[in-house]
Design a protein around this ligand. Sequence first.
Ligand code: ZN
Length: 502
Amino acid sequence: MTATQAYSELVRRSREAALLGSAASLLAWDQETYMPKGGGEHRGEQLALMAGIVHQRRTEPVIGELLAVAEASELVADPESPESANVREWRRSYDRATKLPAKLVEELARTESLAQQAWVEAKPKSDFAAFAPWLEKMIGLKKAQAEAIGYQEHLYDALIDDYEPGAKVSELRPLFVRLRERLAPLVAKIGAASRKPDESMLRRDFPLEAQREFGSKTAAEFGFDFERGRLDVTSHPFCMGVGPGDCRLTTRYDAGYFNDGFFSILHEAGHGMYEQGLEAAHYGTPMGEAVSLGVHETQSRLWENRVGRSAAFWKGRFASAQGAFPSLKGAGRDAFHFAINAVAPTFIRVDADEATYNLHVILRFEIEQDLLTGALPVADVPTAWNAKMEELLGVTPPDDRRGCLQDVHWSAGLFGYFPTYALGNIGAAQLAAAADRDLGGLDATIEKGDFGALREWLRDRVHRHGMRYRPGDLLRRATGSALDPDLLLSQLEAKYGALYGI
Ligand code: ZN
């Protein structure tokens, strides 16, 4: 067999596994949106079977043989060619997958589905005791997964690698220390400031249909293509790229609060435009996939915060918001802009402002490590959670619904996922600064409503490359510098300094 034949066969197999995986994604999307409650157990069986089939396909020994032929050939001479990138990433995922026993993969999929349903029931009742056995089981499975994959420094590294290839606890810790060192005093200074936003204007009547319309219209203006995507309602907003031409966004609405629905849509649309910006010709191969969750989160954060929460955006848009929501008539534009940028320590991560958000991430990063190493018993999670909330943010959740039960991640087996949110915030600040430089002033384009300039810049620097570069290299090429929290911190200090007069 020639190297070209081996490569073609690898492409064929990769596409087939991607197609099967995308069918499983749709089952999961349906579970989060429209599936009746009674369908849970059956859906768990379906997802477990699909996961097992995909895993079996991805671990067939012939893939190892085909990879060996391709790796020894001229096909991979240029490390930046699509062939090289695909072979490198196939090797990485083949090595990871072949280390996992099929039984563990199926058990994980089944437990994820059932644990999520247990979490959905336990959360509104703040019933941590009902969820604890599932968390215990999940941690056992994730430990087994990490041990099977192997790691050099920390058990947790083997799990983060699934979401942020190459990321390590030893590299994340110093980044997070720097965030904490400057964010905690900033939040304290804001708390002591005499100037305060009037948030009452965000808690008026915002009819659901008007929210859906205004949010969808803005997402479409940003460049999310509704011919190749849609928007539905769920309890925990997410974006799912099903395949070329089909990207699903979800949000949730509160008829008495503006921020929840609107900024979730902008956030998920940022993710969606990344999915829609991937090269369809590379579908089913690593070159047609997003490079990491951290980079994915740079896209959502940039559109949600740098664009959607900017003064420039509302200069060009506040009148149309007042048209969509009569309850905003009489509100001032500057006061509205201050209100949507209000900073206050709160219990819920997804509602957190830009200044406190990363502190929520740091809390989860620390608790996850302790759960995996066994330093923290599952039964003590609520106590540990509340103590860290007090230490980092100065508030204590009144119940577990607003404490350790708030996020879906642990029930879904997503250990190691949280740090990618902070990496996204850091990277988004760097990308925004680079785009600002390259476009000769980002705010001018935003105010005019010319979102295409930024979207095309991101498409060129990030989206179209798929997994061609490692996450750190992609960011370095796009921005000219390595991952560095200083830019984010300086941007936040400047923005809130002006708003709060501190
Ligand atoms: Zn996101």
